[in-house]
Design a protein around this ligand. Structure first.
Ligand SMILES: [Zn+2]
Length: 185
């Protein structure tokens, strides 16, 4: 089921998400809904707080823009190690139509539980490394605009408020109709 994506600014997006105690059917349904929602919005990553669920759950699929990738489910993800520095022009499904250059680690190692509840570790490079950092940020209530200057952030906040005011809905329908960056996370 496609869920509604919350548009920034919204207090839900600023909260810290809680760890998942057990990967059960409810979490698997959440993972499946999140993947469906991400694909419907042409995104390459989605964090549970973006659909209003304050749990540490992510889905990422960079395969449209990165060779050899596939859908990844991450429950309680933890970045173990980072290496190098890179910049990438990031978008966000919760900030439709906006994209700004953000500095990130070039390579990250992440540990998480999968859809089966089993732990796994993943070495990430390129867009996948960017996506893992962008999405784990969401679990801490941090958005890519928080990495920008306050001036840029305020300009984007004003545009988002205007966008929300123009539309009757603040959710999925709005995301679909808004102009999107090609690597929205
Ligand atoms: Zn995002």
């Amino acid at each position: 089921m496609v869920r509604d994506i919350i548009i920034w600014p919204d207090p839900v997006l600023k909260q810290v998400a809680k760890p998942v105690s057990r990967v059960d059917d409810a979490i698997r349904t959440l993972l499946d809904d999140m993947a469906e929602t991400m694909y419907a919005a042409d995104g390459v990553g989605l964090a549970a707080p973006q659909v209003g669920v304050l749990q540490r759950v992510l889905v990422i699929d960079t395969s449209p823009r990165q060779e050899g990738q596939k859908l990844i489910h991450l429950v309680n993800p933890e970045i173990l190690k980072t290496e190098g520095v890179t910049t990438y022009t990031e978008g966000c499904l919760s900030i439709p139509g906006e994209a700004e250059e953000v500095e990130r680690a070039a390579k990250v190692w992440v540990r998480a539980l999968g859809r089966d509840g089993k732990p796994f570790e993943l070495e990430c490079e390129g867009l996948l490394a960017i996506a893992v950092q962008h999405e784990t940020d969401h679990l801490e209530g941090t958005l890519f605009v928080d990495h920008l200057s306050s001036l840029k952030r305020e300009l984007i906040r004003r545009r988002m408020k205007k966008l929300k005011a123009e539309k009757s809905s603040e959710t999925a329908a709005e995301v679909k109709s808004a102009r999107r960056h090609e690597s929205a996370l």
